[in-house]
Design a protein around this ligand. Structure first.
Ligand code: SF4
Length: 331
């Protein structure tokens, strides 16, 4: 059975971990529950950390002379500095983590589009802005797997979140061994997965490793990590995945009959036309890899980018293509 690293994920504490919301409630999440046996979570509640209890009076973002403040209307408290101090201290003292799961619509944890009001008293929303904690996370950790629990309800976004999370965690482990051979092994095992995400960045990653002479391990791994995050920034496009499937079929050119190849190419066309999901083609390629003992392919992470238990959390073939659109305009 394939072994996976344990990603480290910072999570808004009110999701499955504590009754720390303003009304003393907790957000149930089947997704987070399913992740618990496979992930090391670091739960945090910024509002509790700055001394607000639970339950508590609500807080909101208010525009004051052109800047956004965090205030508690019922007490008149301006919590901006307290929250900014906490966020700075917390984020700068974090160990190396692979991702974040944030509560959406919160003036503290929300990643974006949180209502900003014209005054503390009851009023209409003036504009939208990122939350004080979530917004900082998005800017400071743009290379990690960062999502909010609202977006994670989309199956395709979940799949991308998990794929990136596990790839980053595997790289963190490989890098911690301090050996170039570990980086080479990581690159080898993830080549098809990365190519499906970005041919350009995968080529760059290969070049970094090939032209490593004169580069110390720290610089080499930092350069590689930078381009790895760029490669995984977006989910793969159907056309790039199709190219990878055709490339992988080439490993069986002497094994398959002309008819088998023809049928597989037809299936790739059906995949491009959104008639079958990528998992159907991956299953076929994987069974050929096993059947013909094609070791290089058998160990490619594209066939199992994260633990099997989590696969069903991402399965809804109706959503396979829909999620790409949700990434439009997001870095
Ligand atoms: S959204 Fe963030 S600040 Fe609000 S209760 Fe949840 S963890 Fe705490």
């Amino acid at each position: 059975m394939k072994e996976f690293p344990r990603p480290k994920v910072v999570i808004s504490k009110c999701i499955e971990f504590d009754h720390c919301r303003y009304d003393g409630s907790m957000i149930p999440s089947d997704f987070v529950k399913a992740l618990q046996p496979h992930v090391d979570f670091l739960p945090v509640c910024p509002e509790m950390e700055i001394g607000l209890g639970a339950p508590r009076e609500t807080i909101r973002m208010v525009s004051v002379e052109g800047s956004v403040r965090l205030v508690q209307p019922a007490t008149g408290l301006d919590l901006t500095e307290r929250m900014n101090d906490f966020v700075r201290g917390f984020l700068s003292s974090l160990p190396e983590v692979d991702g974040f799961i944030l509560k959406f619509r919160s003036p503290s944890c929300g990643m974006k589009d949180i209502r900003v009001y014209s005054q503390a008293a009851k009023s209409g929303a003036l504009s939208k802005a990122p939350g004080f904690f979530g917004g900082k996370v998005v800017v400071s950790f743009s290379d990690l797997s960062v999502e909010d629990e609202g977006r994670l309800r989309n199956f395709n976004i979940r799949e991308h979140f998990l794929t990136k999370l596990y790839a980053l965690a595997a790289f963190r482990e490989a890098r911690s061994e301090g050996k170039i051979s570990s980086l080479l092994r990581f690159h080898e095992a993830n080549k098809l997965l990365l190519t499906a995400h970005s041919q350009k960045e995968t080529k760059m990653l290969g070049n970094i490793l090939a032209n490593r002479e004169g580069l110390g391990f720290t610089d080499l791994s930092a350069q590689y990590r930078d381009h790895l995050a760029r490669a995984l920034a977006r989910p793969p496009r159907a056309s790039s995945r199709a190219d990878v499937f055709i490339h992988a079929m080439g490993y069986f050119k002497d094994d398959l009959t002309a008819r088998q190849k023809e049928l597989f190419l037809q299936d790739i066309q059906r995949y491009r036309s959104k008639k079958i999901p990528s998992s159907a083609l991956l299953a076929m390629l994987h069974s050929w890899a096993e059947g013909y003992s094609q070791e290089y392919l058998i160990h490619q992470s594209i066939f199992q980018p994260f633990p099997e238990d989590l696969v069903e959390l991402c399965q809804d073939t109706q959503c396979e293509w829909a999620g790409e659109e949700l990434f439009t305009g997001r870095q």
